[in-house]
Design a binder for this molecule. Structure first.
Ligand code: SAM
Length: 224
């Protein structure tokens, strides 16, 4: 479990050049965070679309985070070995094995993120397990802390009850306001929304099974 893991004491203790060697010396830090990234489908889809934006996946399962790390390494090598396509589009994406529910602020500094993704999170159906959900009043304070004003929280699930749970808690939190899909598309975030719906392994599974997908997005607002 967690005690076996090494965590950075604070975001400025993280050496991002290990994760993003081609960005070393630029002072860049991750701006997109995919929480519970699973097999990495969202990150791999978004990386080439926003080549100057650093993205980090957080995944608690060892084998799964290792898989994502290997996947990114392979993509970097393949792309680099192709002189025609120019610089590899996957230099801006990386993953850490981490329990995001405990250690998110160890990785991301205040107001550093412009997007936070919760795609098909584990539902934890039983009510006594609700505090195990990735969206909870306590954790929302942390999400608001790491997001900059104007930053977006993207949530999607095929579990209606979980959708209502996430939506209700985010709506009730004073530092978030709901923002609908149309508005985000009009702001140029259509490719992100499309990736949220279709790029992840879990999203594809829901599609194969003919399940419904419930999207809810929120904007980080300033304190009144
Ligand atoms: N987002 C991915 C997708 O859409 O395909 C994965 C969805 S999967 C149902 C949920 C993922 O969250 C699992 O890979 C699980 O290991 C991970 N996870 C659960 N709790 C976590 C935590 N506290 N910190 C980091 N990852 C976590």
């Amino acid at each position: 479990s967690d005690h076996a893991l090494q965590y950075p004491s604070a975001p400025n203790a993280v050496d991002w050049s290990v994760h993003y060697p081609t960005f070393a010396g630029t002072g860049s830090a991750p701006e997109f965070a995919d929480i519970g990234c699973g097999f990495g489908g969202l990150l791999i889809t978004l990386a080439p679309l926003f080549p100057d934006t650093l993205m980090l996946g957080m995944e608690i399962r060892v084998q799964v985070s290792q898989y994502v790390q290997d996947r990114i390494a392979a993509l970097r090598v393949t792309s680099l070995s192709d002189p025609v396509s120019g610089p590899s589009p996957y230099q801006n994406v990386s993953v850490v094995r981490a329990n995001s529910m405990k250690f998110l602020p160890n990785y991301f500094s205040k107001a550093s993120l412009s997007a936070l993704f919760f795609l098909f999170p584990d539902p934890h159906f039983k009510s006594r397990k609700h505090k195990a959900r990735i969206i909870s009043p306590t954790l929302l304070a942390e999400y608001a802390y790491v997001l900059r004003v104007g930053g977006i929280v993207y949530t999607i699930t095929d579990v209606k009850d979980l959708h209502e749970w996430m939506r209700t808690h985010l709506e009730a939190f004073p530092l978030f306001e709901p923002v609908d899909e149309q508005t985000l598309r009009a702001e140029g975030k259509g490719p992100i929304i499309d990736a949220v719906y279709t790029s992840t392994e879990e999203g594809k599974k829901v599609e194969r099974n003919g399940g419904e997908k419930w999207l809810a997005c929120f904007r980080r607002i300033a304190v009144q």
